[in-house]
Design a protein around this ligand. Structure first.
Ligand code: PGA
Length: 252
């Protein structure tokens, strides 16, 4: 079976001016230096990417963007493309976050175009999926998760799927302080992996890293990371404080 290197990613959302980004990353570099068995990624807002790249030069912490447009360039006012992010030093890009699905009306078809574009432009997509509380309560959780997983990977080759990252983020757990229990998260992660196996094959599915996101904190990360199909975390609020993010990165 594939060995999946754990990945902890911090999603800063619309927080941090450049001075704040510089301060946070300068401290983070010191706190987590020397960890080689896990990958650490931060996703600052677009405006702080260049600053972040400068501060992180020579460190093993990688950069992610929080979104991209599927065209490499063009008349798309307000959008940012893959080649632009690559030029700033990004290695990853978050795609289809529930806040974008909810507030920017992003649908699976657009998410799929972005996933393809990211890979074309040399960025690793972190494809986000997750059900709302209402969907969970009416028993549609796995249907929604399968639809978003298949929808976001529409038309993708096996090799491309093996190389990407999926983040399971139940909408009801994001920013609410209400985390999925390790068992609840594991159930969905296993279902995502089974969906991946069904659209590719077991080896491909076993290669994909599946992160959990939604109120991951220093005091719940260890239990989540102990689950068989949880390969890392996508951390929002707790990634904005050095101490808490450093502890999450150092999960045991
Ligand atoms: P949270 O956010 O950790 O603040 O719940 C997670 C996310 O939205 O990626």
């Amino acid at each position: 079976m594939a060995v999946r290197r754990p990945l902890i990613a911090g999603n800063w959302k619309m927080y941090c001016t450049r001075p704040a980004a510089e301060q946070l990353l300068t401290a983070l570099k010191v706190q987590i230096s020397g960890l080689t068995d896990r990958e650490v990624v931060v996703a600052p807002p677009f405006t702080a990417l260049e600053t972040a790249a400068r501060v992180l030069a020579g460190s093993s912490i990688r950069l992610a963007a929080q979104n991209l447009h599927w065209e490499p360039q063009g008349a798309f006012t307000g959008e940012v493309s893959g080649p632009m992010l690559k030029e700033l030093g990004c290695s990853y890009v978050i795609i289809g976050h529930s806040e974008r699905r909810q507030y920017c009306a992003e649908i699976d078809e657009q998410v799929a175009r972005k996933v393809k574009a990211a890979q074309r432009d040399g960025l690793v997509p972190i494809l986000c999926v997750g059900e709302t509380l209402e969907e969970r309560e009416r028993g549609d959780m796995l249907t929604v998760i399968r639809r978003q997983t298949q929808g976001g990977l529409q038309g993708q080759e096996k090799a491309a799927i093996a190389a990407l990252v999926i983040a399971y983020e139940p909408v009801w757990a994001i920013g609410t302080g209400r985390t999925a229990t390790p068992d609840q998260a594991q159930e969905v992660h296993a279902a995502i992996r089974a969906t991946l196996a069904a659209i590719t094959d077991q080896d491909t599915a076993d290669a994909v890293r599946i992160l959990y996101g939604g109120s991951v904190k220093a005091d719940n990360v260890d239990g989540l990371m102990a689950q068989a199909d949880i390969d890392g975390a996508l951390v929002g609020g707790a990634s904005l404080q050095v101490e808490s993010f450093a502890r999450i990165v150092q999960f045991r």
